[in-house]
Design a protein. Structure first.
Length: 367
């Protein structure tokens, strides 16, 4: 009996559990070998793709730079530029190559301006790349639509306005965000018209992005923000409050005063902050009258306002809140009291038995 036969008979005589374990080990070994082979193939494939990618990147970068410097300085294209466009028209039909061209152009357009930026935009239209971006808008996947809008924004395709404005109401937040950025990037304050009928929330991050874009433009005519301050969409109201503050919209004071009665606490707080920025005094009477029914956060913001605009007429109200249960409000009240009537401040200092008041007074006097 040879060794193989002996090993085979020995194996079959083993308990079933041990045979199962040996079988599983064998299967696992084979799987590991297959996996190692696949990983080696994948690594080789990726390295090949990386080499191909770098090759095309270098080629297209050189082509685009040559295209830019082949211009004759006039509006018409040179023969060399036309030949380059005809060559690239063939390349953009291949998705892999098209994506590389777009990536190279995106990188390049961020580093140029003026006539060269215009030349890149013309290249984008003439090669038909714009049509591929527009086609993405008809896609079913939200990420495809969003990438199409983003591309059209980057290459300033204003002609896509009527198509993209539809996506302001898209169920996907990323698509809505890209559509909003497109409108404001290309049409500045006029692009904010979508706020008139916006039903979905405008996220804090989206608001920050829109404001950053708007502040890049100089000498813009600010639209009437009153309708947005009166919007039923709370996020639109909050965005309008930011606009009022940044662009010093003093003519909306009446709308701001009305917002002090808004049902949303955050909007009331933001409104007080804007009124504080404007150093408004008209709001004092309303805020004092409704002080007891206000949240602590609103009360604190009101005292920040009073630190700016308080006068002798506010003294009685200030004295009432020297004993406020909130430490910050108590501190603000004493600080304001000293500013408007130092004698009364000294009286409080001498008569009080409140440990916190004594502590705050000492702090105010030493700082």
């Amino acid at each position: 009996m040879n060794d193989l036969q002996y090993d085979t008979e020995y194996f079959w005589q083993l308990p079933t559990l041990i045979k199962v374990v040996w079988f599983m080990c064998g299967v696992l070994f084979v799987v590991i070998l297959i996996l190692i082979g696949y990983l080696k193939f994948l690594r080789s494939h990726l390295r090949g793709n990386e080499k191909t990618l770098k090759k095309y990147q270098k080629e297209y970068e050189e082509n685009l730079i040559n295209y830019l410097y082949a211009g004759d300085g006039e509006n018409e294209m040179s023969d060399e530029q036309r030949a380059m466009i005809n060559k690239m028209k063939i390349c953009v039909t291949d998705k892999f190559k098209r994506n590389i061209i777009i990536a190279v152009m995106s990188k390049l357009i961020n580093d140029i301006s003026g006539e060269m930026a215009h030349a890149i935009q013309k290249f984008y239209f003439e090669t038909g790349l714009v049509n591929h971006a527009l086609y993405k808008l008809k896609g079913k996947k939200w990420d495809v639509i969003a990438s199409g809008i983003k591309e059209l924004t980057q290459f300033e395709v204003k002609e896509a306005h009527d198509e993209i404005v539809k996506y302001v109401k898209h169920p996907n937040r990323e698509v809505r965000n890209e559509a909003q950025l497109y409108l404001v990037s290309l049409f500045q304050f006029k692009g904010l018209a979508f706020l008139d009928k916006l039903e979905t929330p405008l996220s804090e991050w989206a608001q920050i992005q829109l404001l950053e874009i708007l502040q890049k433009f100089d000498n813009q005519e600010i639209p009437n923000i009153t309708p947005w301050l009166q919007s039923e969409n709370n996020s639109v109201v909050q965005f309008a409050l930011k606009l009022a503050k940044i662009y010093n919209q003093f003519d909306v004071i009446d709308e701001l005063l009305a917002l002090l009665s808004h049902e949303n606490k955050e909007i009331r707080i933001d409104t007080i902050r804007v009124l504080n920025y404007f150093q408004d005094t008209e709001s004092k009477h309303f805020l004092k009258t409704n002080f007891i029914n206000s949240s602590v956060e609103e009360q604190m913001e009101f005292f920040k306002l009073l630190e700016t605009v308080a006068d002798k007429e506010d003294e009685a109200f200030i004295l009432e809140n020297v004993a406020h249960h909130n430490y910050e409000i108590k501190q603000a009240a004493l600080k304001i009291l000293k500013a408007i009537n130092v004698e009364k401040f000294n009286e409080v200092k001498l008569e009080t038995s409140d440990v916190q008041v004594v502590e705050i007074v000492n702090f105010i006097e030493t700082n």
